[in-house]
Design a binder for this molecule. Structure first.
Ligand code: AMP
Ligand code: MG
Length: 482
């Protein structure tokens, strides 16, 4: 076998999915392959890069061992519940146990209609494929749990989007699993407790095997998911990342970031920043993400109640106690990440974190650049560069005096370097890569992916990518692209 498939989700009861092959496309062409990832998945690289491999990546051929399915799920989208969403433009080809013994899903996104497509065409334009490739790989290099990019291909056909006809693409995604809060909600909405138990047992075996040893494995599953989300969202926020569509169908139980639609890394900091064109109410703003995480986890807890205890009062009591631990878990992760960014020792008073963020917000300072320059100051550079980020020097000088007093640069420098990336996928660069790809030039895309593979390292050749956008380059809005 060119891909060592070992499928378990397809063995679950038939109501978990629909068997569905990807649709044929006219002219598959490879845009990029993630060789390193392919290697850890023990995929035959020579084959993957050949016409046969590219044909598989575009959905035109089904590799030996693959059992293509579209997964069923439901979800709350911007607070409103849909009892049936499902893979409308994605196909799970199968699972692979990687060289570390971890089970991974291999999924094609943009591979045609399924029974879950509703009004959609099941396709993806090349732009969102490029975006997900860049941002998911950057997230992985930044150390954030995330789905990965195995490959991007073009299909040789146009897809119709608001902007007009656009080149079509297919994205090959690798994930620890595609089990979402919405997968559980799908079965709760159907009062299908047997399915919920199958799904929970599958999730425990796959992601949280320790929970199986607990006297109440399903309560332990909830606790594990809570811990994973608390840590994930704190990690996002420490990098200025805004997911953009934290719907329950885009919340993976594994604790990986999934679905890079209208996501963005902030340039200038503001806690209420949103980018998504459809997030008009600011529901998924940077500073709301922890609250939304808890809201999503509460929806998850509801699905587990029948499994946690037959006595519904008792089940609610257990679930509420678990959920009540989320704010504390999130806070401790958030504080420790920001302490590290600022260079504060563990015992330093906490107010400086909020004061730092207030200062950045009030003067519209670039988030990444501020921490990058602060790290340089901690390493002994003159504060000139960081001072220049502030239009009103006085509040900065006051903050800086406090920082000198409370921070411990000598002992915290390694932590600062490990927490403050030099490079992030800036929106204007991602946009540039997308627009160039539409014009047939993939150089900016490849350049970004290569630079972002080492976001914490000094790479003089990529110094340009550190720069925030010029006023005319600022991207104010991002789109789902579906
Ligand atoms: P998303 O907001 O991208 O996570 O997608 C939400 C739902 O819409 C999922 O059920 C998707 O499968 C479905 N969907 C998104 N785009 C398309 C498309 N082009 N064709 C069919 N279904 C889609
Ligand atoms: Mg989604």
């Amino acid at each position: 076998m060119n891909i060592p498939f070992d499928n378990t989700y397809a063995q679950l009861p038939e109501r978990f999915f629909a068997k569905q092959a990807p649709v044929q496309v006219p002219d598959p062409k490879l845009v990029r392959i993630n060789r390193e990832l392919a290697t850890t998945l023990s995929i035959n690289l020579e084959w993957l890069e050949s016409a046969d491999g590219v044909s598989m990546l575009a959905g035109n051929t089904i590799a030996e061992g693959s059992e293509p399915i579209a997964q069923a799920y439901a979800g709350h989208q911007f607070g409103g519940f849909s009892a049936q969403l499902g893979d409308g433009r994605a196909i799970l080809l199968g699972e692979i146990v990687d060289s570390n013994g971890a089970r991974k899903d291999l999924q094609l996104k943009g591979s045609g209609r399924t029974i879950f497509s509703r009004g959609g065409d099941g396709k993806a334009a090349l732009g969102p494929v490029i975006r997900e490739y860049i941002v998911s790989e950057a997230m992985a290099a930044l150390g954030v749990p995330t789905t990965r990019a195995l490959a991007a291909v073009t299909t040789g056909e146009k897809v119709l989007r608001q902007e007009g006809p656009l080149p079509g693409g297919v994205f090959a995604r690798v994930a620890s699993s595609h089990i979402r809060v919405g997968t559980y909600q799908y079965f709760l909405a159907r009062n299908d407790n047997d399915a919920l138990r199958f799904l929970a047992d599958h999730t425990i075996a796959r992601h949280f095997p320790d929970a199986a040893e607990n006297e109440n494995p399903y309560a332990a599953l909830l606790d594990s998911a809570i811990t994973a989300q608390a840590s994930l969202i704190a990690h996002w926020m420490s990098l200025g990342f805004i997911h953009g569509v934290m719907n329950t169908d885009n919340t993976a139980i594994s604790g990986e970031t999934i679905d890079y639609g209208p996501c963005a890394f902030m340039d200038t900091f503001h806690p209420q920043k949103t980018f998504s064109s459809i997030d008009t109410g600011g529901r998924y703003a940077w500073g709301n993400q922890a609250d939304i995480g808890l809201w999503n986890l509460t929806r998850f807890a509801e699905t587990l109640l029948p499994l946690i205890s037959e006595d519904s009062d008792k089940a609610i009591e257990i679930a509420e106690a678990s959920l009540a631990r989320f704010p504390e878990q999130f806070n401790s992760q958030y504080v420790s990440r920001f302490r590290a960014k600022i260079g504060l020792p563990a015992e330093a008073p906490m107010p400086l974190i909020q004061e730092t963020l207030d200062l950045l917000a009030s003067q519209k300072v670039d988030f990444t650049l501020f921490f990058r320059h602060l790290t340089k100051v901690a390493a002994g550079d003159s504060p000139e560069t960081i001072t220049s980020l502030f239009s009103d020097k006085e509040p900065f000088e006051q903050w800086f005096a406090k920082w000198r007093n409370e921070a411990d640069p000598a002992n915290c420098l390694a932590n600062m370097r490990a927490s403050n990336p030099i490079l992030i996928p800036r929106n204007h660069r991602v946009e540039e890569a997308i627009q160039s790809a539409y014009n047939g030039d993939y150089a900016p895309f490849h350049c970004l992916v290569e630079a972002l593979a080492k976001p914490y390292s000094e790479q003089a050749e990529y110094a340009d990518l550190e720069k925030p956008p010029l006023p005319e380059e600022v991207v104010c809005e991002t789109f789902c692209g579906t």
